[in-house]
Design a protein around this ligand. Structure first.
Ligand SMILES: [Zn+2]
Length: 192
């Protein structure tokens, strides 16, 4: 079974006396399945790789839902479920800002990894677009005229995300995973 996750946007990182980086959550997440307030269970180490292959292990909270009896990893939105690289790096590649050609092999993920990310987003794009349209229609009450335009909501979100929300992948992850849905891995199941 896939690991259940909640993605948080309000947090800060602290380094403790042992040199460990701790993700200090400022949120009190609810279970994406039953909306019960989650309880702290324990800490878990999670890898985080920045552009430049700079590896940090971050301590994240593992939360427990006493109703569903399930554990949920609390992931800061700089990270993406099942991906080791930070969302910002993945976005840079998907948006074509980081190209395999200009990538120094010492500094960037390999071309195969970059291609996988592009394929992963391309594979999930119809689902993400449908999800955003559903939210636009049912929650934000956007008119039919808006939703019937040819413009893809996902594309415009990628271009016009407000500056305080720098990461479109973090934003997408948050609305999808916190609703109890998930993106599909591509091409197959990846390591958590
Ligand atoms: Zn639950």
């Amino acid at each position: 079974m896939a690991i259940a996750m909640v993605i948080i946007a309000q947090y800060h990182m602290e380094v403790n006396l042992f040199g460990e980086t701790i993700c200090k959550s400022e949120e009190e997440p609810v279970c994406p399945i039953c909306q019960t307030k989650l309880k702290f269970r324990d800490w878990r180490r999670r890898i985080s790789i920045k552009e430049g292959r700079d590896v940090t292990w971050i301590m994240i909270r593992r939360l427990y839902c006493k109703k569903c009896r399930r554990l949920h990893n609390e992931l800061p939105d700089i990270l993406s479920p099942y991906k080791h690289y930070e969302a910002e790096t993945i976005e840079g590649v998907v948006d074509g800002i980081v190209l395999p050609d200009d990538a120094d092999s010492e500094m960037y993920p390999c071309a195969a990894t970059m291609n996988r990310w592009k394929q992963w987003i391309a594979h999930n794009t119809p689902f993400i677009e449908g999800f955003l349209r559903m939210i636009g229609y049912s929650i934000m009450e956007l008119g039919k005229e808006y939703l019937m335009t040819g413009e893809k909501i996902f594309d415009s979100l990628r271009k016009r995300l407000p500056p305080e929300r720098k990461s479109w992948l973090g934003y997408i992850n948050r609305i999808i995973y916190n609703s109890g849905a998930s993106l599909e891995p591509f091409p197959k199941v990846e390591a958590p």
